[in-house]
Design a protein around this ligand. Structure first.
Ligand code: FEO
Length: 425
């Protein structure tokens, strides 16, 4: 792990006068939520804010790190001082110690986003706890701790519907939940003291925030006007040195990055893999057919020539995606599944999707790909095309028609179905 020279103490760590980190370190974690690699572990950051009239706890930690959390919390506050619990995000890595905290601090009122209410009830169900008195909040709402005001920012879908940020107006400190976080464990805690965590920051964004980039831009717009002295995320280094740079980086990452020479054109990407050249011929004919329609720019990619990762930016900004695969062992081939699997890291909802392929015996690949596209919430308005072995001239013309049809759907020129009045009778 990228641990600092000095071991962290068991006590809380002051991040500003009267504001403490009371989180936990998990240096040996190597895989988070199964899907994310964590080369040096992670941290679960929770915070305590002291006001003249009470103490607020912002988020908790993963359940099996509760002892660390409570020990640090007790080093700076007693439970009867806790008047406020803020839940910026209810995923179990931040709410694991919540049921016990509610038992220990019964005076506290819980503040959370409107969308977190149902999640809170579901979360407390196994513990048999009655949901506490909670107050749903949104942008513009605030809590006065006495000399310190916590105000809330509605920043949903980063990366769950419930997510919000909490801001101390008097100190310019923003608690952001997973936003601006990363899986990087370092006892030195602060971004100007820890090791180089740029890779972790970008990796976390790419795998957690990227599918929600429109919401990222909304959140950035909400945060930008704030005076920012420190950003306190729920994972990874606390950003006290040049915090606004991380905000700028989020804006850059969430802004479309590909230069498109013809912004008025729709883009169709045709991906394929071909064992004997037959699916390739289909792909070329589909591309040629789509090119017949003005206003569509078509790109053809043989997946034998590149890993799926290099296509992520293209896929994110494309309007339509067509996938061609032969059927081998009653399935589409692995590079196609790898590419389809990578689509979960970008928002493809509503894009046009299509499938095609040559087959020798049973030809399941096309239907399986279409099912996957629908599962990813792409539109699949045109039936996929399966051709047995070698496409002949007529079948290649069918491919051209498929390409034309996809292009017409992309440009809004698809033929309208005549309404059969008989079906209304
Ligand atoms: Fe770190 Fe979405 O929980």
């Amino acid at each position: 792990m990228a641990m600092g020279a000095a071991a962290i103490t068991d006590d809380a760590v002051e991040i500003a006068p009267g504001v403490h980190w009371v989180g936990a370190l998990d240096p040996h974690l190597r895989s988070f939520d199964i899907i994310l690699k964590t080369a040096n572990g992670t941290s679960y950051n929770a915070y305590v804010v002291r006001g003249e009239n009470g103490v607020a706890v912002i988020d908790t930690v993963k359940e099996n790190f509760s002892d660390d959390f409570f020990r640090r919390l007790e080093s700076v506050a007693s439970y009867d001082e806790i008047t406020t619990i803020v839940l910026n995000h209810l995923e179990p890595d931040h709410s694991g110690a919540l049921p016990e905290l509610l038992r220990r601090a019964p005076r506290a009122r819980v503040y959370l986003s409107t969308r977190a209410q149902m999640m809170l009830k579901a979360l407390l169900k196994p513990s048999g706890e009655k949901p506490p008195a909670y107050i749903p909040v949104t942008t513009g709402d605030s809590v006065d701790l006495g000399g310190r005001t916590l105000s809330f920012l509605h920043t949903p879908y980063l990366h769950w519907p419930d997510t919000q940020c909490t801001y101390i107006e008097e100190d310019g400190i923003l608690f952001t939940g997973d936003i601006f976080g990363c899986h990087f464990c370092d006892t030195r805690l602060f971004n100007d003291r820890v090791g180089d965590f740029r890779f972790s920051f970008e990796y976390y964004y790419a795998h957690i925030m990227r599918p929600f980039r429109a919401y990222v831009l909304d959140a950035v717009a909400l945060i930008e006007p704030l005076a920012l002295n420190l950003i306190a995320p729920a994972h990874g280094p606390i950003l006290r040195h040049l915090p606004r740079e991380y905000l700028h980086r989020y804006r850059e990452l969430a802004t479309p990055r590909l230069f498109n020479e013809a912004r008025s054109e729709k883009t169709l990407l045709v991906f394929y893999l071909s064992a004997y050249g037959n699916t390739r011929r289909m792909a070329e004919a589909i591309a040629a057919g789509a090119e017949r329609i003005a206003g569509v720019r078509v790109s053809l990619y043989d997946l034998e020539g590149g890993d799926s990762d290099i296509f992520t930016d293209l896929v994110e900004e494309a309007d339509g995606l067509a996938f061609g695969s032969p059927t081998i062992n009653a399935d589409a081939v692995k590079p196609i599944w790898d590419l389809l699997s990578s689509l979960t890291s970008v928002n493809v909802k509503g894009k046009l999707g299509a499938a095609f392929g040559s087959y020798g015996w049973s030809g399941e690949a096309v239907r399986l790909i279409e099912d996957r596209l629908r599962g990813l919430k792409l539109r699949v308005p045109v039936d996929g095309l399966r051709i047995k072995l070698v496409p002949d001239t007529g079948e290649l013309e069918q491919c051209c028609h498929l390409g034309e049809s996809l292009a017409r759907h992309l440009t809004g020129q698809s033929e309208h179905r005549e309404l059969d009045m008989a079906i209304l009778a």
